[in-house]
Design a protein around this ligand. Sequence first.
Ligand SMILES: [Zn+2]
Length: 432
Amino acid sequence: MGKYYQPEIETASVEQIKSWQNEKLVKQIKHVWDNVPYYRNKMEEKGITPDDIKSIDDLHKLPFLTKDDLREAYPYGLLGTDLKNCVRIQSTSGTTGKRVVAFYTQEDVEIWEECCARAIMAVGGTNEDVCQVAYGYGLFTGGPGLNGGSHKVGCLTLPMSSGNTERQLQFMTDLGATILCCTPSYAAYLAESIHERGLRDQIKLRAGIFGAEAWSENMRRDIEKSLGIKAYDIYGLTEISGPGVSFECEAQTGMHINEDHFIAEIIDPDTGEVLPEGSKGELVFTCIDKEAFPLLRYRTRDICVLTRNKCSCGRTFIKMTKPMGRSDDMLIIRGVNVFPSQIETVLLQQGYQANYQIVVDRVNNTDTFEVLVEMTPDLFSDNLGKITEMEKELVLALKAMLGIQAKVKLVAPKSIARSEGKAVRVIDKRKI
Ligand SMILES: [Zn+2]
């Protein structure tokens, strides 16, 4: 087996890639103009029509899309095709509690799975591998994406989903999993569990594809050492399709973007100006062949750098660094997107004021997530039983909103540190 899923595409010349992008972009703009009134209005506001877009050099003329647009157009406003052609949704949490719902046609799913297949083959995956997919399945894109890619490569796929560590380890050892796909923090947790149980000699893993949250080179080395594998990064977001928008290869120096499907730009997050290759800025994606949810110039809010150097793997796709930060206040905690505004919404619903602090840390390679909440003077209770009860209620309400468990601590009124009278909302102690 070769090391590419689609060699003629993945190693195409840069001229060839640009020519595909030009052709697909022009077609996509017409498609969106004809089928998505929301986007046509945005183009008209900027005074442009499809005739103004003749190649990727004209991309900068198009308006940006942001999460606010997704919220405004929710649920069907950005749909690029009849619902009868859609076969799937995936979803992620949005800013003020409204979720992002992305739609897929059969062809969209096909392309997404091909992107994930490329990622699996880039880490050496073949039809002889046993691929354990321990990302969540369901609305979250991690499980379904890698599952589809694994099928395409022909691996024996173990659709484990996340959690249930005992069962993960049993299948991993009994069925001899060779590739593990999950969040890096879960990989670290599995590694720890393997050592605790003395199973290190019984595992056959040789590669891991770890994404959906930020992780450092140190964490990569820790995981590689404790599991005896090579650990690779993968990147994606539900709005654009899911994991596999870009993926790491054997060089482990950044992720190749699947440029036959997505055009990447780096912009100045403050001015929106397009920055030259090699600059650090906000990553923006244009989907050039998505049918159902064709986002154009979507601002990811991830800060990174793009570079197109010759890569030892032979792939010609441009590479992006790991996201180095965000241009908004979104936190990624245990692979889940968390916005402070969501926490605020829950607190107000539950009768608290918006005086809170989010403390995030990483202990033993796992994110800890604590929310300190000031009680209002009239809720203030020195009855310990009552406080514990109130904390439990908040834990449940936050879980319902965010999809992950936070530790909640109610604190006395006015006890959260304020600078210039304003509470410091987020303390992120993770060194990543
Ligand atoms: Zn490469």
